[in-house]
Design a protein around this ligand. Structure first.
Ligand SMILES: C[S@@+](CC[C@H](N)C(=O)[O-])C[C@H]1O[C@@H](n2cnc3c(N)ncnc32)[C@H](O)[C@@H]1O
Length: 189
């Protein structure tokens, strides 16, 4: 279903460093008080690096991705977290909601056309419990440039995208990351 990401994770994945781990802990988990959400769904979790971190920081974490190889690696590396293979473009059959949904560099937010990301994020908002959080963490130089196949959209691109599905309450730029925190109440908007 996802040959390129299967190959990528079979070859060892993104090989994140301990510094990136510390960065996420400081700038996202601590800065936005994510531990209070208690449970988290890591959407597009790949081989589970960030899911494992969220779990080790005290959240009950589940990762979801459509790469079978990524999910297998995640399950082996982080046995305390839960992982499922599923396509985020289809309605999710999760049987539960989460205090937070965490979306870091999901493929749909790397593409030139962000419109197809709207239904995906809408699916994910449905997985957030009432008064929970949608947390988007997106790497971008914000200058419209392209690195490989990934587009560095301006801040406004991500804000306009997330605004389509949730009420944003905090937008932060930290170095080359756009951080968008939305509180989800499921009231008609
Ligand atoms: C750039 S990677 C980011 C992985 C991870 N979130 C991170 O920050 O390292 C994008 C991920 O989105 C996943 N993905 C892309 N389309 C998907 C879909 N329709 N359903 C589920 N996962 C998808 C890919 O398999 C891949 O693991």
């Amino acid at each position: 279903m996802s040959p390129s990401y299967d190959e990528h994770y079979a070859a060892g994945g993104f090989k994140y460093s301990a510094a990136q781990r510390e960065w996420l802990k400081r700038e996202v988990i601590d800065a936005f008080g994510l531990r209070a959400c208690e449970s988290v769904l890591d959407a597009g979790c790949g081989d589970g690096f960030w899911t494992g971190l969220l779990q080790s920081e005290g959240l009950r974490a589940m990762g979801i991705d459509y790469s079978a190889v990524g999910i297998r690696a995640a399950t082996e590396s982080f046995p305390d977290a839960d992982f499922i293979q599923a396509d985020l473009e289809k309605p999710l059959q999760l049987q539960r909601t989460f205090g937070a949904v965490f979306v870091r560099n999901l493929s749909h937010l790397l593409r030139a056309d962000l419109a197809p990301a709207v239904p995906v994020l809408a699916n994910l908002v449905n997985a957030v419990r009432d008064n929970g959080v949608l947390m988007v963490v997106q790497y971008s130089h914000r200058d419209g440039s392209i690195r490989g196949t990934a587009v560095n959209h301006p801040l406004s691109g991500y804000v306009q995208l997330v605004e389509r599905v949730a009420d944003i309450d905090i937008v932060k730029v930290v170095a080359d990351y756009v951080l968008i925190h939305s509180r989800v109440d499921h009231e008609p908007r």
